[in-house]
Ligand binder design. Structure first.
Ligand code: FCB
Length: 427
């Protein structure tokens, strides 16, 4: 038996816009994802989050499923556009606590109010201060029952997919805007941590999507800098890495005075891990607008098996990543806040079981070598609106029938339930 600590936080994760639906209810205002998904050509099949999994109305049944799974914790996000009426989250949190499931609340999982976007969104420094006010307001409402808070989910994606390639809302394609947004997102995180601490939050974290960069040293260092160190170093060391700062200065200036605010101590670092970046030098390559300034770098053919998203399955990348964080940023406990996989729709999903099994083993191996890993949240509890890829990418351990909205646990859900119940994996 490959066992995990008794208090290991086995969980599952979702995000507001991906599951809730009910976009016009109880005073919710439009978000950048409403605008984006309703813009023709932006999302596969013209799909939107208008209904999604209808979790807003079905949350009680969904919490029953979480209890059936035996989840210790549930990571959800609060929709900033619902700030006028947060009572849905009151009900959700109460339902979770009634089942003994620890709520882990993320304040920003990409659904910025459109009204803030109209004032520049994350390219406007003021948005960071508005985020801190929002954090205070949500804590005021839920802080008596929610102890664990995450400021932002994956600021890299908000900044570079939202403003570099424009594949995500708000759909901007401007490298300077992308770096400015990245800086303001980190400032929002720091101000948010201060606000949450002032309000008495027990545990505060940030979730980053981190991907090891593999391949030729020069290209790998640049891509590692832009994907990983651009966020890790300001947040955990209070500095931009010199090579990254020099690269950014080709496009824009960032306000270095903000670094002490950005580097507020955090209680845990959330890690979202899906795959690796394999890169090589290729003088003719136009680069990738999600890594501004990557001209002359190409992405190599992924190795081995690919997921529906086209991502390489690479569990050893997770072990390497956890050990690297342990070595380079010591003293910060780690939590895997997302890991999971999209495969073609089926209830019998041995491929997903194999994927999760291999990644759980990689995490355990890293723990054996010293990584202070406190928990693991599978992405996702159920199939949902996978952003620009729409509903065809199915990440759930629970299947959702989008015609009837019926939920059906996949084999991987039963398997995960057994893992949690026995506290580990069979030999
Ligand atoms: C992550 C997001 C999450 C989901 C997974 C597949 O980047 O945080 O919302 O889309 O990817």
């Amino acid at each position: 038996m490959i066992s995990f600590p008794d208090d290991f936080l086995w969980g599952a994760a979702t995000a507001s816009y991906q599951i809730e639906g009910a976009v016009d209810e109880d005073g919710r205002v439009p978000s950048i994802w409403d605008t984006f998904s309703h813009t023709p050509g932006k999302v596969a099949g013209g799909q939107t989050g208008d209904v999604a999994c209808d979790h807003y109305h079905r949350y009680a049944d969904d919490v029953e499923l979480m209890a059936w799974l035996g989840l210790r914790a549930y990571r959800f996000s609060v929709a900033w556009p619902r700030l006028a009426d947060l009572s849905f989250y009151d009900r959700l949190v109460d339902a979770l606590l009634a089942k003994g499931i620890t709520p882990v609340a993320t304040l920003y999982h990409w659904d910025l109010p459109q009204s803030l976007q109209d004032e520049g969104g994350w390219t406007n420094r003021d948005t960071a201060y508005r985020f801190a006010d929002y954090a205070t307001a949500v804590h005021e409402r839920l802080g008596d029952r929610v102890a664990t808070w995450t400021t932002l989910n994956e600021p890299w994606v908000s900044a570079f997919v939202g403003h570099g390639s424009g594949r995500h809302a708000p759909g901007v394609t401007d490298p300077a805007a992308a770096f400015t947004a990245a800086h303001h997102l980190m400032l929002a995180h720091g101000l948010g941590v201060q606000a949450l601490r002032a309000a008495g939050a027990q545990s505060v974290s940030l979730t980053l999507n981190l991907s090891p960069a593999l391949g030729e040293p020069g290209p790998a260092q640049l891509i590692d800098g832009l994907a990983n160190r651009l966020f890790l170093d300001p947040v955990l060391r209070g500095e931009y890495p010199p090579d990254v700062l020099e690269h950014i200065s080709r496009f824009t200036d960032v306000k270095l005075d903000d670094l002490p605010t950005i580097a507020q101590p955090i209680d845990v670092l959330g890690v979202n891990y899906y795959s690796v970046n394999r890169v090589l030098a290729d003088p003719g390559s136009p680069g990738n607008p999600e890594f501004p300034g990557s001209e002359g770098i190409a992405w190599a053919t992924p190795h081995g098996e690919l997921t529906e998203m086209g991502w390489e399955v690479n569990p050893s990348g997770l072990e390497d990543l956890l050990l690297r964080l342990t070595r380079d940023y010591p003293g910060v406990p780690l939590m895997i806040t997302e890991n999971g996989v999209a495969y073609p729709d089926a209830v019998a999903d041995p491929d997903r079981i194999a994927f999760l099994d291999a990644h759980f083993r990689a995490a355990r191996a890293a723990m054996d070598k010293g990584a202070d890993l406190r928990g693991y949240f599978v992405w996702s509890l159920m199939d949902n609106f996978e952003w620009a890829r729409g509903y065809d990418m199915r990440f759930g351990v629970i299947r959702v029938d989008y015609e009837t909205l019926e939920r059906t646990p996949r084999d991987s859900a039963r398997w995960y339930r057994d893992v949690i119940a026995r506290g580990g994996l069979e030999g």
